[in-house]
Design a protein around this ligand. Structure first.
Ligand SMILES: *Cc1c(COP(=O)(O)O)cnc(C)c1O
Length: 395
């Protein structure tokens, strides 16, 4: 157990990760070299997808997915309101409209019921893409969502940065997030707080070879090399971007990917300690819970707290935690309440998202934590909630 500040999440970089990056730096390619393909192949194998395409970050990967599906003005994308901004921004990048779906108040996940309600609000406009977010790592009802999407003429693009390493069983055996058994594509991020880190970094997986080819062209200016053409020849059918992920980052990603099982096991063990320690802490304090089919890799450990019922504000609790060296965070502010969306769509009542947002608090969770750190966080939370009866100075 350490006395240092515990952030809500952080990367785990070890000496062999550093050595892998140093080896890449000594190689011939700093941008697109052999490590890009090696990372992509290893990643596709790990999640059970036919193809993996690396790109510069998780936001770029969502943008590429929209472009590869040729989503554009007049089209509608459906995103849950409880997610990071990027899930909806990717639709805005291509000029599409966003309809925000509500979420289950206890898991934070979009459900078939909330998707059906959002589809109704789309009001007959062409819905092209539904973007389920596996919040915290818990897996959405992909078969249920896919059936509704398909009936509406849409496909699923999983925004899956929280769920690398998550598995699920919908009744037909174990599946892995990223295998795209129910979706057109799944998108990942390797931002330092996610389950593996490359600095900035993203990945798309798909089982559709044509989609994978389009993604590869779009991540590098829209350039393709016609088969059999002279060596200098390239063609551009459509402008793309420079969204490439460098060899240096892929070397780190490849090294980190080999540790995913260990990292995931550690996250699950820490979460089990939290679950046991927080059970019965106080009425009005409960860990967020996911669906039964889901075995989450747990990017986040979220607690749902009835702040009003306990007579404290979240702001005061977060400040009291910080004073005790404990980081915490809110995942997320409902995206539909952002000024940009409010200006365009007016006020929209999504009661599940509001109930989630009112109560959620993410506590520190990352593989480098010690068992004793969980105890330290839980003790600090008890004090911050004033459960020991002695009010901390000022609230
Ligand atoms: C992290 C994250 C993103 C964006 O990934 P970046 O690599 O930071 O661009 C998008 N969606 C969700 C749900 C995320 O958690």
């Amino acid at each position: 157990m350490s006395d240092s500040f515990l952030p809500y999440g952080r990367q785990t970089i070890e000496e062999d990760d550093i050595a892998a990056v140093a080896a890449a730096l000594r190689g011939d390619f700093l941008t697109t070299g052999p490590t890009v393909a090696a990372f992509e192949t290893a990643f596709a194998d790990r999640v059970g997808a036919g193809h993996a395409v690396a790109c510069s970050n998780g936001t770029a990967s969502l943008h590429l997915a929209m472009m590869a599906l040729e989503v554009g003005p007049g089209d509608v994308c459906i995103a849950p309101s409880i997610t990071f901004l990027a899930t909806a921004n990717c639709a805005a990048y291509v000029g599409a409209e966003v309809v925000f779906a509500d979420v289950d108040p206890d898991s934070g996940l979009m459900t078939p019921e909330s998707l059906a309600e959002a589809l109704e609000r789309a009001g007959g406009r062409p819905v092209r893409v539904v973007l389920p977010v596996h919040l915290r790592g818990d897996v959405c009802d992909l078969p249920g969502l896919a059936a509704l999407a398909e009936a509406a003429g849409a496909v699923l693009v999983e925004d899956a940065p929280h769920a690398l390493g998550s598995t699920m069983d919908f009744g037909g055996g174990r599946e892995r997030v990223g295998d795209c058994a129910h979706s057109a594509m799944a998108s990942f991020s390797f931002h330092p707080v996610k389950t593996i880190a490359t600095g900035e970094g993203g990945m798309l997986t798909t089982n559709d070879a044509a989609l994978a080819e389009r993604l590869r062209a779009l991540r590098s200016h829209g350039m393709t090399r016609p088969p059999g053409a002279a060596p200098w020849v390239y063609e551009m059918a459509r402008p793309g971007y420079n969204y490439r992920l460098p060899d240096i980052n892929c070397a780190l990603g490849l090294s980190q990917l080999g540790k995913l099982d260990r990292f995931t096991a550690r996250r699950r063990a820490l979460a089990a300690l939290y679950d046991a320690r927080l059970a019965g802490l106080a009425p009005g304090v409960k860990p967020a819970t996911g669906p039964a089919w889901s075995d989450p890799a747990l990017h986040l450990y979220c607690v749902l707290i009835d702040f009003a019922g306990l007579g404290v504000t979240r702001e005061a609790v977060m400040r009291r935690l910080a004073e005790q060296g404990i980081g915490s965070q809110v995942h997320y502010i409902p995206v539909h309440t952002q000024p940009y969306w409010r200006e365009r769509q007016g006020d929209l009542a999504l009661p599940g998202a509001a109930a989630w947002y009112d109560r959620c608090l993410s506590l520190p969770l990352y593989p480098g934590m010690q068992d004793g750190d969980v105890e330290r966080v839980a003790d600090a939370l008890e004090r911050a909630l004033d459960l020991w009866g002695s009010a901390p100075a000022e609230g």
